[in-house]
Ligand binder design. Sequence first.
Ligand code: DX5
Ligand code: ZN
Length: 225
Amino acid sequence: MLSDVRIAPSILSADLMCLGEELDSIKSADYIHFDVMDGVFVPNLTFGPTLLSQVKAASDLPVDAHLMISDPDRRVGAYLDAGADIVTFHYEAQLHALRTISLIKDRGAKAGIALNPGTPTSALECLIEDVDLVLVMSVNPGFSGQAFIRHTYDKLRQVRNMASEHGVAPLIEVDGGISAANAERVVRAGANLLVAGNAVFKADDRAAAIDDIRVAGRRGFGRWA
Ligand code: DX5
Ligand code: ZN
């Protein structure tokens, strides 16, 4: 069982021209959220395994790789080679999700499955016992700085109830539009790993921003509603 909420700043919102300093500024976080976009699955293009291995070399934090890419089977190996600690792919991008999950777990990493806002949580029924993490997208993936979609609260509740019915406890991650203002409520709904891009990297004091989200999230921790 987790003893606290976990915070994963997304370096999509960081200043990549000084990424080393940006990584130093988020040392109090629990993970580095690494958003991979291929320009096909989502209408934006970011970074790949070469930068991921440099991030691993520059930081002691585990890396949570969020693959917003088509055909992840072909690419997960490169992210595992680069040192990703969690590899999450999208349900919508993969025909043979259980095979992809095995590919990731066989390499000793944690496997996550992500759902777009328009994908119902029933998609997880046959997968939830096999994954280490469920990522509930609270924006349509592709860009940082978008507004949180409110039906995410219901989806988080559905995932958390499904997990307990199946007797499993995957990490439940929420990604998009998260800040100290909604952290308590997403945690009450079932999230325990909060991604934050703009709410951390657009703040002058990143440690304070991480702490604000963590403190707000803690108010909901263990108080499901
Ligand atoms: C969106 C990405 C998110 C994004 C979050 O496609 O998956 O991780 O960086 O950024 P904010 O927290 O600014 O919405
Ligand atoms: Zn993400």
